[in-house]
Write a protein that binds this ligand. Sequence first.
Ligand SMILES: Nc1ncnc2c1ncn2[C@@H]1O[C@H](COP(=O)(O)OP(=O)(O)OP(=O)(O)O)[C@@H](O)[C@H]1O
Ligand SMILES: O=C(O)c1ccc[n+]([C@@H]2O[C@H](COP(=O)([O-])O)[C@@H](O)[C@H]2O)c1
Length: 210
Amino acid sequence: MSNVMNHVETLMQTKTIQHKPGKRIGILGGTFNPIHNGHLIIAEQVLDQLGLDKVCFMPDANPPHVDKKFAIDAKDRVAMISGSIRDNPKFAIEMTEIIRGGVSYSYDTMKQLTQQHPENHYYFIIGGDMVNYLHKWYRIDDLVEMVSFVGVKRDGYTPVSKYPVIWVDVPYIDISSSLIRSKIRQHQSIKYLVPSSVERYIKENHLYEK
Ligand SMILES: Nc1ncnc2c1ncn2[C@@H]1O[C@H](COP(=O)(O)OP(=O)(O)OP(=O)(O)O)[C@@H](O)[C@H]1O
Ligand SMILES: O=C(O)c1ccc[n+]([C@@H]2O[C@H](COP(=O)([O-])O)[C@@H](O)[C@H]2O)c1
């Protein structure tokens, strides 16, 4: 029954979305340190379930979170994203934050993108865990007016928010970039947790070994 309700909920959301003119672009922002199969699965599921035209993976320059400072060079993160999305014509990479530099506040980025492409409507995709922190985001009240937030439901996180969030059901994938980094440090396998191109890139460039 709950699956049926979820399906109906998604269909209703999709209907609302179809009223808007222009392209419907999903934005999956993150550090991608490194990109993993969890990112790719949620991007594909949101694209399909909401009928988006495209999902852009948007690596940040410096994440707004003070507790998430260390990331490998942007050129390596970008190379791994590019290799991972190459065979999906509806996936793209959005370089705005890397090019702008500085702290990657989503408000600044989405303001820039909506000014450059006023015909598009943007769907900012975040993990269910992040939804609970939306009140801490820079200029969140203005940001929710500019984009539609899409929350990916996750086990253990209640799909409620005081902000308008479109909830999408995605099979729970317990993969994170921290898990990948930790496995590499411990000389454990990351096969099938990341695309094979990413596994190869990490090995060839000796990333995350220390
Ligand atoms: N397995 C997953 N399921 C659902 N959402 C995810 C998953 N992995 C990442 N996300 C979401 O993708 C976005 C970008 O994630 P990010 O690049 O920070 O990766 P991460 O795996 O969360 O990294 P880290 O482990 O270093 O914190 C965030 O909104 C995050 O919540
Ligand atoms: O703008 C903000 O205040 C803000 C605060 C936290 C996160 N974000 C964005 O949310 C996306 C996911 O963040 P993270 O920390 O899970 O990688 C990424 O694009 C961040 O820039 C943005």
